[in-house]
Design a protein around this ligand. Structure first.
Ligand code: HEC
Length: 383
């Protein structure tokens, strides 16, 4: 059996068992190990990421030794994370593999003198930090990363980029404060702030479990002069739904709860891609992430959880190119290939993959994607 708990559970457990020596429990050792890896990953990023903001600086021969060492630190520790995550849930494993393979490619490109590519990939891989760090409830911000985003080259970056970096480095409270300023700033049209608004709700609800904090901010957004009537209606709907969403999300996570939330969200949207369902989908993702983290068996319930999370991520995910949605959908098929959700997951995955090539010079799916789909088909048809 896989013995993992949400971090919040571990805290609760420690509070109860503190006299019984919880400090020596395997979970605590495990947690310390993850944190040690993370601190090294951050130590690499702390040097390499600011330098990557300007390709000339990144490729400067005088800096090469320092940056090479930082990228080496990143690769070695991301590879350790990849090995370490093998015994964990499939989504965690996927995110760990993704960052490890990115780190190797970043280092390879740098060594080959392809500084622009290396810098670009380094900035992109921050999405994996965000995806992993926003999965589960977190009690407190990291102390290790304090002032990283506030100091140096990041100071002059747009607020949206800074808030992303704050989330990536687990400065959630600082990210929420910055996003709150940004979302009510009349200098930026609200239409350009829908991504930050989703980030804000994800961090408030999924990470901090705080359903009260967004209330005044949402009310101020709805009162903005540039808010259009449907957005005002959506926000009114969110405000009215918050208490019920909180009630459902704090319960023991179940697939039935998540399914009900996703179905209710579908009913709210008049058109695909509408924002009306956003809060229901975020609450559903909070339920699903906790369920996937705690679920030990590869059964139909887990298959459906991956399917639902794939559907939700395809809708609320931050970034198309590094979204875990295709992985989640494929994993749903692999876990329960004969469950009814497998056919739905397959259909959505196929559509997502085909649409990702729309408008490119590829008329058909590249062979690796075709093979990937065929292997899932075989699983579904096998006995
Ligand atoms: C596969 C999942 C995963 C990925 C990817 C990931 N992290 Fe983490 N990280 C964690 C977990 C889990 C913790 C929390 C450990 C704890 O405190 O319980 C953590 C904690 C941290 C901490 C806090 C350490 C401390 O002692 O306060 C930092 C800093 C950090 N990560 C940086 C990063 C950065 C930067 C990236 C991207 C380059 C990244 N992580 C990518 C899972 C991940």
């Amino acid at each position: 059996m896989r013995i993992t708990h949400g971090w919040q559970d571990i805290f609760a457990l420690c509070a109860l068992l503190v006299l019984a020596g919880c400090g020596d429990s395997p979970d605590n050792g495990e947690r310390e190990h993850t944190r040690a890896i993370m601190q090294e990953i951050f130590a690499g990023l702390r040097v390499a990421l600011p330098a990557s903001a300007d390709v000339a600086t990144f490729g400067d021969p005088a800096k090469r030794e320092t940056i090479t060492a930082a990228l080496g630190l990143l690769t070695r520790n991301a590879s350790t994370l990849e090995r370490h995550a093998r015994s964990k849930d499939a989504q965690l494993g996927f995110l760990a593999r993704s960052i490890a393979s990115d780190a190797r490619e970043i280092e390879r490109a740098y060594t080959a003198g392809r500084y622009a590519r290396s810098a670009y990939l380094l900035q992109q891989t921050v999405e994996h930090c965000i995806a992993c760090h926003t999965r589960l409830p977190v009690l407190a911000d990291s102390e290790v990363t304090a002032e990283f985003v506030e100091d140096g080259v990041f100071q002059d970056m747009p607020a949206e980029a800074r808030s992303s970096l704050l989330i990536a480095t687990r400065r959630f409270d600082a990210a929420l404060a910055l996003l709150e300023q940004e979302l009510v700033d009349p200098m930026h049209h609200i239409a350009t702030l829908l991504g930050p608004l989703t980030d804000y709700l994800v961090v408030s609800i999924r990470v901090k479990g705080d359903y009260a904090r967004p209330r005044p901010v949402l009310a101020r957004i709805a009162a903005r002069e540039d808010a259009w009537s449907q957005l005002k209606l959506d926000i009114e709907g969110w405000l009215a739904a918050l208490p019920e969403l909180e009630r459902l999300a704090v319960r023991e996570p179940s697939v039935a709860t998540a399914r009900a939330l996703v179905e209710e969200g579908d009913r709210l949207d008049a058109f695909p891609g509408d924002m009306s369902s956003r809060l229901h989908l975020i609450a559903a993702s909070a339920v699903l992430e906790r369920l996937i983290d705690a679920h030990d068996e590869n059964d139909a319930a887990l298959g459906e959880a991956y399917y639902l999370l794939g559907v939700v991520e395809a809708s609320i995910g931050r970034n198309y190119w590094v979204t875990p949605a295709p992985f989640l959908l494929a994993e749903s098929v692999r876990i329960a290939p004969h469950a009814p959700t497998a056919a739905q997951a397959y259909a959505l995955l196929e559509r997502e993959l085909l649409q990702s090539y729309e408008g490119s010079e590829h008329e058909e799916l590249p062979p690796e994607d075709r093979e990937h789909l065929d292997s899932l088909q075989q699983l579904m048809q096998g006995s």
